[in-house]
Design a protein around this ligand. Structure first.
Ligand SMILES: N=c1c2ncn([C@@H]3O[C@H](COP(=O)(O)OP(=O)(O)OP(=O)(O)O)[C@@H](O)[C@H]3O)c2ncn1[C@@H]1O[C@H](COP(=O)(O)O)[C@@H](O)[C@H]1O
Length: 108
């Protein structure tokens, strides 16, 4: 999953830095932040509706649309994907440590 996300983010960064004809990603960068944020909001709502309707295949597709548009927003804001990975990893370790602490507390 990390490789796929990193690969996609590289493409998005490349589109941002090298505009080209016919690219939807370039179209979003050209339109600017408000358009990118509007798409993030729309895609988020579509994920919610698909999940609420219990349609897993549709939900999966909408999640992909949302992740793609979030990556475009991150590129527009100069947020490295590595920073998100770092934060998630720190939380995983912190929460894992807290659970271990509580478990050992209960066992004593
Ligand atoms: N992952 C995606 C991806 N996911 C969704 N989309 C586009 O997001 C749009 C969402 O559809 P909508 O109907 O909501 O929007 P729309 O009506 O087409 O456009 P709007 O006028 O609403 O902005 C579609 O045009 C999809 O093609 C994506 N476009 C590109 N990518 C990736 O980006 C790479 C580069 O794409 P280009 O920049 O187009 O070369 C591709 O190879 C893909 O890997």
């Amino acid at each position: 999953m990390n490789d796929v996300l990193n690969g996609l983010y590289e493409v998005v960064l490349d589109r941002r830095d090298h505009p080209q004809e016919g690219s939807y990603t370039c179209y979003l960068f050209e339109k600017g932040l408000d358009k990118i944020l509007k798409k993030c909001g729309e895609e988020c709502s579509e994920v919610i509706i698909a999940a609420k309707n219990g349609k897993n295949e549709e939900t999966e597709e909408e999640i992909c649309d949302l992740i793609y548009h979030l990556l475009v927003m991150m590129a527009q804001q100069d947020i490295p994907l590595a920073r998100i990975e770092e934060i998630l990893e720190a939380r995983r370790q912190k929460i894992g440590n807290l659970k271990q602490f509580h478990e050992s507390d209960h066992n004593t």
